[in-house]
Design a protein around this ligand. Structure first.
Ligand SMILES: [Fe+2]
Ligand SMILES: [Fe+2]
Length: 203
């Protein structure tokens, strides 16, 4: 059954949507509105989280490198350590661009991922390909966390109009993706197969 509403408000809004759209969006100051918005605060908080995570990785990567068996994997961890130091610096730059002091806030996720890496070292034997497989897996978990985080942060930065920060984070994101691919290459390049052939006699 059709009912005719006499509600002037709804009738008016239905009639004049086109006009309203044209006059409504004030070109008012995205940037002024943005500086203390909830999303801005959330964004800065998330930067603190990934800042903690990157600093944690600077401490963790040398441990992974030391524990690795193959030279290729050792090299990969070493290269990514220097990139990771750069990630810390980029985040410091990002804080500065946003008018904040760099501050770290504990990232429980990265704490867990690095703990897993430590238990891989504990649970596998030195000099085995099985250990390397475990280290690659641990490394990839860290990379994927970073990839997800930076991907999301870049979108938020763009939404907030911080294109300079977005560009900076994009550079880091590329390096994370590259590190992940290198680890995949190492796994596919033979250590997984080698590990599958390791028997108890190797211990
Ligand atoms: Fe990183
Ligand atoms: Fe990374």
């Amino acid at each position: 059954m059709q009912k005719t509403h006499t509600s002037t408000a709804s009738a008016r809004s239905a009639r004049s949507t086109g006009k309203q759209a044209a006059t409504k969006t004030p070109s008012r100051s995205r940037s002024a509105a943005v500086s203390d918005s909830r999303l801005e605060k959330f964004f800065v908080d998330e930067l603190k989280d990934i800042y903690w995570a990157e600093k944690k990785l600077v401490k963790t990567l040398p441990k992974l490198q030391k524990a690795a068996n193959s030279d290729e994997l050792k090299q990969a961890f070493e290269n990514h350590l220097s990139e990771t130091e750069g990630h810390v610096e980029r985040l410091e730059q990002a804080f500065e661009m946003l008018g904040h002091r760099p501050q770290a806030k504990k990232c429980e996720a990265m704490e867990g991922i690095t703990e897993e890496g430590a238990s891989v070292i504990e649970d596998t034997d030195e000099g085995t390909a099985t250990r390397d497989v475990g280290l690659v897996l641990a490394g990839q978990k860290a990379e994927h966390y970073e990839i997800a985080t930076y991907g999301g942060l870049i979108q938020i930065a763009k939404t907030l109009g911080h294109n300079d920060v977005a560009q900076l984070l994009q550079q880091t994101l590329e390096e994370e993706k590259n590190a992940d691919q290198i680890l995949t290459g190492i796994a596919e390049g033979g250590i997984n197969y080698e590990a599958s052939e390791e028997g108890e006699e190797d211990q």
